[in-house]
Design a protein around this ligand. Structure first.
Ligand code: MG
Length: 159
């Protein structure tokens, strides 16, 4: 059996009048991410971490933002597809560790629901998904509330 790690990162600009969807959950907030899909930074960074660990490229390869098929797409579909690719290559998801960085709103209270949604999309138990929230201490674009970002590390095993 071998173990492999993958890293993923994503950032989206926040604009008035867009829905804020993080980890598959819609949060009550006046701004949301710009993006071709629903702009779910956590799902996108997670997708890249999984694809990276499996040596399967990145989210842009599989879901190009020039393809109208993915316009406004629910990012849980990206994760479901990534999971299918991992299954085909006989990779199992051991653990996911994530940091989501945004000045507002508070994410922690929504983590149980996000973990459930992500775990469901990936067909794993919620105990395998670990989420952390940070602010940027008022510094730079994230600190000014102009953007939201996520970093994810995924660990896979294969036989
Ligand atoms: Mg993205």
């Amino acid at each position: 059996m071998s173990t492999r790690c993958g890293i993923g990162y994503d950032l989206h600009r926040l604009e008035q009048g867009r829905k804020l969807i993080v980890g598959g959950i819609e949060l009550p907030f006046e701004k949301g991410p710009m993006g071709h899909s629903d702009g779910d930074v956590l799902a996108h960074a997670l997708c890249d971490a999984l694809l990276g660990a499996a040596g399967l490229g990145d989210i842009g390869t599989h879901f190009p933002d020039t393809d109208p098929k993915w316009k406004g797409a629910n990012s849980m579909r990206f994760l479901e597809h990534a999971k299918k690719l991992l299954d085909e290559k006989r990779f199992a998801i051991e653990h996911v560790d994530a940091v989501v960085i945004t000045e507002k709103p508070k994410l922690g209270p929504h983590f149980p629901k996000m973990r459930e949604a992500l775990a469901k999309a990936l067909g794993v138990g919620a105990e395998k998904i670990h989420l952390k929230a940070k602010t940027n201490e008022g510094v730079d674009a994230i600190g000014r509330g102009e953007a939201i970002a996520a970093h994810v590390v995924a660990t896979l095993t294969s036989r």
